[in-house]
Ligand binder design. Structure first.
Ligand code: DHB
Ligand code: FE
Length: 298
């Protein structure tokens, strides 16, 4: 069976792409943000995932207001970015993992998640930038070290899925990965947030206290955010800060695995990147942690 090795959550602000394209990672504005990734790189080297399930929200590149699935899953042989108007270079396409895509699609539908299956899918900055952050040398080397399965959540057009529904989706994704007949190692990535609002009277809104409480809850009480309604969450984190639903979904994938929950290995929070409170977190299944501890003790 496949092994779910961990979950990583990160922000996906387009300006990060400009900083990477211009090699500004060590400049004062960018350094604190980029410096939060080497611990994740070290973990990836040791965890050696073969596949990344990337939970993200499209911003109008693949889906527009006329057709907006609540949940969609990519089942394509490869995925490309495209010009979104941010001036970002379109990088190396991402190889898809069609076997896991179809297993995930079948498993989710059987689990009563009536998702939209996409055999063609453009992926925007919410997928491409986290991939560059996690594997910064891949494009120079000419190959991504993982195949991917994109999972897209609507956070653009109301009605949005509730936090409780997203949590259940994460559980179902975790179950699907665990039942995939494969020897592959799978990492789940959730992208977006944290608090930000790009439009309206509250443009520029950031809520450090709520963000930090939310991050803490992912480590110690992952159901905490599920008690909020969407309007309550928007009030706390801003219209675009609602993207933290992707963090909740990604973290929930670990909640059903081996019944052991998750252990936080790394966490970082930085204000601001562009208009956004930016963060990174890394979790490992607690059951796996126990197995590693057992192996060390043996
Ligand atoms: C910004 C943040 C986002 O999440 C996004 O999708 C676009 C822009 C920003 O802060 O600039
Ligand atoms: Fe966004």
């Amino acid at each position: 069976m496949a092994q779910l090795v961990g979950a990583i959550t990160t922000s996906h602000v387009p300006a990060i792409g400009k900083a990477i394209a211009r090699d500004l990672q060590q400049e004062a504005y960018w350094k604190p943000f980029f410096d939060s990734f080497p611990p994740v790189h070290s973990w990836l080297q040791q965890a050696r995932p073969d596949v990344a399930v990337v939970i993200y929200n499209d911003h109008g590149l693949n889906f527009f207001l006329d057709k907006m699935p609540t949940f969609s899953v990519g089942a394509a042989p490869s995925y490309s970015g495209a010009d979104e108007g941010w001036g970002l270079p379109v990088g190396l396409p991402f190889p898809g993992n069609e076997d896991l895509s179809w297993h995930l699609v079948n498993s989710l539908v059987a689990d009563e998640f009536d998702i939209t299956t996409c055999q063609e899918m453009l992926v925007d900055h919410a997928l491409t930038l986290p991939m560059k952050l996690l594997w910064p040398k891949a494009e120079q080397q000419g190959a991504w070290p993982v195949t991917i399965v994109p999972v897209c959540l609507n956070t653009v057009l109301f009605p949005l899925p509730t936090p409780a529904r997203c949590y259940k989706l994460g559980l179902a994704i975790g179950r699907a990965i665990a039942s995939w007949q494969s020897d592959k190692r799978v990492v789940v990535v959730g992208t977006g947030g944290l608090s930000h609002q790009l439009d309206g009277e509250r443009a520029g809104f950031i809520n450090k206290q709520f963000d930090q409480q939310f991050m803490q809850s992912l480590a110690s009480d992952p159901l905490w955010a599920t008690k909020y309604s969407i309007p309550e969450l928007v009030e706390q984190v801003g219209t675009q800060g609602i993207e933290l639903l992707m963090w909740l979904t990604a973290r929930a994938t670990l909640s059903g695995v081996g019944g052991g929950g998750a252990r936080e290995l790394h966490s970082s929070y930085h204000i601001p990147i562009s208009n956004t409170a930016a963060g990174v977190m890394l979790f490992e299944p607690a059951a796996q942690q126990m197995r590693q501890e057992e192996a060390l003790a043996a």
